[in-house]
Design a protein around this ligand. Structure first.
Ligand code: FAD
Ligand code: NAP
Length: 336
């Protein structure tokens, strides 16, 4: 087990903020993870679990033990048309998507090019282009942080919801996910109903295959989302708000062009990016941080920004959207 002291976390957060951890441990096996948890307990320090760092805002130095989960490996269990694929937490999500497609395993194509590792995918039930992790999820294995004991979670145990799970709520900070089992299929069932995806596929005169869907999702994403390797960001900074249908109807009366996606008889989802753009923030700059030019939902670290500056901008956006539309925006990444 490798322990570094006073370690920079800059390479471990895609916003690229320069903060330090008192200790940083690379955990490339369950035994090393348990040793790291014991080490933190023996020092009386809190732990911070790190995957790819693409859904966190590090606003200050971490006076504790940061543990980078980097266990690799996957095992497939063929069950006829269905294949149960068990993947260790440190595997990169998008490399996994590519590997499944190369091996004729289907179900992940709409989730192409999402950064991060598989261990974090259940935390917010990652989703894009009309598909969520829960659609292909079988179960996961975790280790209880306080005791080191293993625990199995079924899909219902995880209580997945829109960009949400039990690990963001009742069980927040209580478990380290060490592997996830996905239920994939040998015969593709394509989901191409999502507006932007459908339009792009229709514009191309080619057979619609899972590989094609993945390729188109990649193209759309690359055209509007900044690559964290080039411009620091954590993807969508706010969740798309789900509001009362009555408020959505009233907003539509005042703003006929507002995108509204009904969720049930009583609830509707609004596009947070649209609300932010209407308030004039798209492309703005504030002291090293700002809002992306192509996608107003993505806050960026332009040069030398800090977590505090980014959170100040986020607050300004939240206040402005609330005053103008009466809608509260909730920050999606985890703030430390
Ligand atoms: P991290 O940022 O390292 O961690 C996130 C949280 O999970 C932290 O609280 C951390 O402590 C905890 N955690 C990490 N690993 C574990 C573990 N093994 N066990 C327990 N807790 C753990 N998200 C989407 O849902 N859909 C998208 O389309 C999408 N697009 C994105 C595009 C860009 C450009 C970026 C930068 C982000 C995007 N995201 C998207 C957000 C992000 O990629 C996902 O949430 C991803 O699953 C985070 O994985 P990670 O390994 O980077 O997690
Ligand atoms: P978009 O296509 O510009 O659409 C804007 C918003 O409208 C989306 O966030 C989406 O909500 C909603 N929407 C569009 N068509 C919909 C439909 N047919 N049914 C229901 N809701 C619909 O979005 P985008 O920003 O380019 O992102 C594309 C996809 O990638 C989205 O699914 C988005 O969630 C995902 N993404 C997520 C992150 C992240 O960090 N969480 C970052 C980048 C992209 P949904 O978000 O519910 O789909």
């Amino acid at each position: 087990m490798q322990i570094s002291e006073n370690a920079s976390l800059k390479p471990y957060n895609t916003l690229g903020f320069s903060v330090k951890a008192r200790y940083l441990i690379q955990a490339d096996s369950d035994d090393h993870l348990r040793e790291a948890l014991d080490f933190a307990q023996s020092k009386g320090l809190p732990t911070l679990l790190l995957g790819g760092g693409s859904n966190i805002v590090l606003s200050k130095d971490f006076d504790g033990v940061a543990i980078h989960l980097c266990q690799r490996g996957k095992v497939a269990d063929e069950q006829g048309d269905c294949v149960l694929l068990n993947v260790r937490a440190g595997e990169n999500w998008d490399q996994l998507v590519r590997w499944t497609l190369d091996n004729q395993l289907y179900g992940l194509e709409n989730l192409s090019l999402i950064p991060g590792n598989i261990g974090a995918a259940p935390i917010q039930n990652i989703g894009a282009y009309g598909v969520e992790l829960t659609d292909v999820f079988d179960s996961l294995e975790a280790i209880k942080i306080s005791t080191g004991e293993p625990q199995h979670f079924s899909r219902s145990d995880c209580r997945f919801d829109y960009r949400d799970s039990v690990f963001k709520n009742e069980l927040r900070d209580q478990y380290a996910i060490v592997s996830v089992t996905l239920s994939l299929s040998r015969s593709p069932t394509l989901n191409i109903e999502y507006g932007a995806l459908k339009t792009a596929l229709q514009q191309q005169d080619a057979e619609i295959t899972p590989q094609r869907v993945s390729q188109v999702v990649r193209q759309i994403r690359q055209s509007k989302l900044p690559d964290p390797a080039v411009l620091g960001n954590a993807g969508s900074f706010f969740k798309n708000p789900v509001v009362d249908a009555a408020l959505a109807a009233q907003l539509r009366e005042n703003h006929p062009e507002i995108p509204v996606y009904p969720q049930s008889e009583h609830k509707a989802k609004l596009a947070a990016g649209w609300l932010i753009e209407q308030c004039g923030f798209k492309g703005c700059n504030r002291d090293g941080v700002g809002v992306h030019e192509e996608q107003a939902l993505v806050l960026v670290n332009r040069k030398g920004g800090t977590g505090d500056k980014l959170l100040n901008l986020a607050q300004e956006i939240q206040d402005t959207v609330s005053n103008r539309f009466g809608v509260s925006l909730e920050i999606e990444p985890r703030v430390y």
